[in-house]
Design a protein around this ligand. Structure first.
Ligand SMILES: NC(=O)c1ccc[n+]([C@@H]2O[C@H](COP(=O)([O-])OP(=O)(O)OC[C@H]3O[C@@H](n4cnc5c(N)ncnc54)[C@H](OP(=O)(O)O)[C@@H]3O)[C@@H](O)[C@H]2O)c1
Length: 283
């Protein structure tokens, strides 16, 4: 089976490349330099050359604050690019998987978001990702959209790696205590994605199970690392973020579970990640 991964230089792309290779798939990774997903002619050329069975798009403009100031770029990469991929995948009957985000929701619910809850994004990033979802499904109905949240992977620029650095070099850190979501290890998302290749198409919420606040997430990391750094809980208002984040963006796993796929609790995934990082750094 041949799998093309776009956005392969990103944290999820790198993880999927390794995982699918280990599983015996023929993997064709494309970084941004190798394939810009906003270039439709290049996508067409690539699909004709490789003739993949599956196309997984992890490419995105993921910097939430920068999306606010570069709106055209956000809509182009997160909206139009996925549309081009879906159109060309449909043309050649390639199964298409597109990664999306909890930021398509407004965060005003107090219980986990279901796949059929109405999106109501509050940021340009969220709006551009929602446009991507809508255009993909419009162009190629049998695509699969995977919404995930609070992603971290090895080599990625992410919350866990930021907290790890602070835990090593700072006496204290301030972390928001009133925003809730679910941390997700790229490895666990990758394993679930592999299982979803053979499930019915549609929208799926895929995160580690359980939920927490950013403060609880940071505390778990600092505790695991046996760091003396003090984690100080602050409200969103006190912290003063430039771009608003959803206050509650836990994604329900019900649909995923009813299709026979489940992910471990976020703490278990986090501990494995931190242990692996530690081993690789020779500690
Ligand atoms: N990170 C999270 O917390 C999170 C949460 C929920 C959902 N997601 C979604 O999960 C997916 C993977 O995220 P990630 O964390 O792996 O992001 P990432 O590390 O930022 O990776 C995205 C990759 O896409 C590349 N890219 C940007 N523009 C491109 C273009 N025009 N053509 C081809 N590639 C392009 C980026 O390259 P450059 O870096 O060189 O621009 C980067 O290598 C994305 O769809 C994201 O929206 C992420």
């Amino acid at each position: 089976m041949k799998i093309v991964i776009t956005g392969a230089g990103g944290q999820l792309g790198k993880e999927l490349l390794q995982l699918f290779k280990e599983e015996g798939y023929m993997v064709f990774p494309y970084t941004k330099q190798q394939l810009d997903i906003t270039n439709r002619a290049k996508i067409k050329e690539m699909i004709e050359k490789i003739q993949p069975d599956y196309l997984i798009n992890t490419a995105a403009f993921t910097q939430v604050d920068l999306c606010e100031s570069d709106i055209d770029k956000a809509y182009l990469i997160n909206g139009i690019g996925p549309y081009y991929l879906a159109c060309e995948a449909k043309e050649k009957k390639v199964k298409f998987f597109h990664i999306s985000t909890d930021y398509v929701f407004d965060g005003e619910k107090i219980e986990p978001y279901m796949e059929d809850d109405s999106p109501n994004p509050k940021t340009i990033y969220g709006k551009s990702k929602q446009l991507g979802e809508a255009l993909v499904l419009d162009a190629y109905e049998s695509s699969t959209i995977i919404r995930t949240s609070w992603l971290y992977g090895h080599e990625g620029k992410n919350f866990v790696n930021t907290i790890k650095k602070l835990a090593r070099h700072s006496l204290e850190m301030r972390v928001v205590h009133d925003q809730y979501g679910c941390p997700t290890y790229t490895k666990d998302l990758g394993i679930a994605l592999k299982d979803l290749l053979t499930k019915p198409h549609g929208i799926y919420h895929v995160t580690n199970s359980g939920s927490c606040s950013w403060f609880e997430f940071a505390t778990e990391i600092v505790t695991f690392l046996k760091s003396q750094t003090v984690v100080i809980p602050v409200s969103t208002e006190e912290y003063g973020l430039k771009t608003p984040r959803p206050m509650y963006s836990v994604l329900s796993q019900k649909k995923l579970n009813s299709n026979g796929v489940s992910l471990r609790n976020w703490k278990e995934g986090l501990h494995e990640y931190l242990k692996k990082e530690d081993d690789e750094n020779g500690h």
